[in-house]
Ligand binder design. Structure first.
Ligand code: NAP
Length: 280
C-alpha cells in the first residue's frame, strides 16, 4: 500500500518507522521543513519525503499527523491532488471538531487517535514500537465508509495496537478525564511549586525532587503547543473535568483544614481501590 504521512514529528515519524517494516508498504512523508524531510530519508524513516503535498497524489491512504491547528489547512491544500478512493485519517488528540470538519471536506475520512506518546516532540523523538499494546481509537460517524474504517483498523492492528471504536463526543469526554485533565493538573503542580517565595526552600525542593515528582509532573512539563491545543479544541469537555477536579481538591482542603483525618484516609483508601480500574 502507498501510505502518505503528513507531519513527520513524534507521532508521524513513529508511524512511518513501524509501517515501513512491512515490505508491502511504501511510505511517502510530507513535512513543513526541508531539513525534517531530508533527515527522515537519511534515517530510513520514509521511502520518499518532500514539503510538497503533490508527493501524495498516488497515495492509497494518508495519515494527517500535524498539530491539531494545522489539520484543516493541510487537508484543504492536499485534497485537490487526491483520487476519490484515497482514505484520509488523522491522529489528533481531539475528535469531534476534527471529524465534523474533515467529513464535510472529504467523505472518505476516518477519525483516529493512537493513545501513545511521550513528552518529546519532533522527528528526533520518533521511535519504533511506540504503539504496541496501546489503544488506537477510531471514531467513525454514520457516513464513514465501512471499507475505509476496516483499512485504517487493519493498519492500526499491524502496529500492535488494540483498536477501539466510539463516537467522537464520547472519545473527547473520555480523553478529557484521562489525558487532558492530567496535563492541566500536572502543569498546575509545577506552577504551584514554583510559587514558593523562599529561594532556599525552592532550591531544596528542586534538589529533593525524585520519582514521585517525576511521575506527577511528567505530562505537565511536555509539549506546550499540544497542551494548549487540547484545551482549545476540547474546551467544553475539559472544563467539565476541571470543575469536578476543583471540587475534589476543595474537599481535600476542607478535610485538612478541619483536621478530619478519618475522612481524608477514607477518600485515599477509596482512590487506592479504584485506581487499578484505570491502570494496572
Ligand atoms: P510534533 O512532534 O510536534 O510533530 C508534528 C510535526 O508536524 C512537526 O514536527 C512539524 O515538522 C510538522 N508540521 C507542523 N506543521 C505542519 C504543517 N502545516 N504541514 C506539515 N507538517 C507540519 O507533534 P506530535 O506530538 O507528533 O503531534 C502530532 C499530532 O498527533 C497532533 O495532532 C496531536 O494531537 C496528535 N497526538 C499526539 C500525541 C502525543 O503524545 N504527542 C499522542 C497522540 C496523538 P517540521 O519539523 O517539518 O516542522
Amino acid at each position: 500500500m502507498k501510505i502518505g504521512i503528513i507531519g513527520l514529528g513524534l507521532i508521524g515519524g513513529s508511524l512511518a518507522l513501524d509501517l515501513r517494516k512491512s515490505s508491502q508498504n511504501i511510505i511517502f512523508g510530507v513535512s513543513r521543513r526541508w531539513e525534517t524531510c531530508q533527515q527522515a530519508i537519511a534515517r530510513g524513516v520514509v521511502d520518499q519525503a518532500s514539503p510538497d503535498l503533490k508527493l501524495l497524489a498516488d497515495a492509497d491512504l494518508v495519515f494527517l499527523c500535524t498539530p491539531l491547528g494545522a489539520i484543516e489547512s493541510t487537508a484543504r491544500e492536499l485534497i485537490p491532488y487526491l483520487a476519490p478512493t484515497t482514505v484520509l485519517t488523522d491522529v489528533g488528540s481531539v475528535k469531534q471538531p476534527i471529524v465534523e470538519m474533515m467529513t464535510s471536506l472529504w467523505p472518505n475520512f476516518v477519525g483516529g487517535h493512537p493513545m501513545a506518546g511521550n513528552t518529546e516532540s519532533g522527528l528526533d523523538a520518533a521511535q519504533k514500537d511506540l504503539f504496541v499494546d496501546r489503544a488506537y481509537v477510531l471514531t467513525p460517524v454514520e457516513s464513514t465508509p465501512q471499507v475505509s474504517l476496516q483499512r485504517v483498523g487493519d493498519l492500526a492492528r499491524s502496529l500492535g495496537s488494540k483498536v477501539y471504536q466510539c463516537s467522537p463526543v464520547d472519545h473527547d469526554q473520555a480523553v478529557a478525564w484521562i489525558s487532558h485533565l492530567p496535563v492541566m493538573v500536572s502543569a498546575s503542580l509545577i506552577a504551584a511549586c514554583m510559587a514558593e517565595v523562599d529561594p532556599a526552600v525552592l532550591a531544596l525542593a528542586q534538589t529533593f525532587a525524585s520519582s514521585g515528582f517525576r511521575d506527577t509532573s511528567r505530562v505537565g512539563g511536555g509539549n506546550p503547543e499540544l497542551g494548549m491545543m487540547m484545551a482549545q479544541y476540547n474546551q467544553e469537555a475539559l472544563l467539565r473535568s476541571l470543575h469536578t477536579y476543583r471540587q475534589q481538591l476543595d474537599n481535600i482542603i476542607q478535610h485538612v483544614e478541619q483536621a478530619n483525618w478519618l475522612a481524608l484516609e477514607q477518600q485515599l483508601q477509596h482512590n487506592q481501590q479504584v485506581r487499578p480500574r484505570f491502570v494496572e
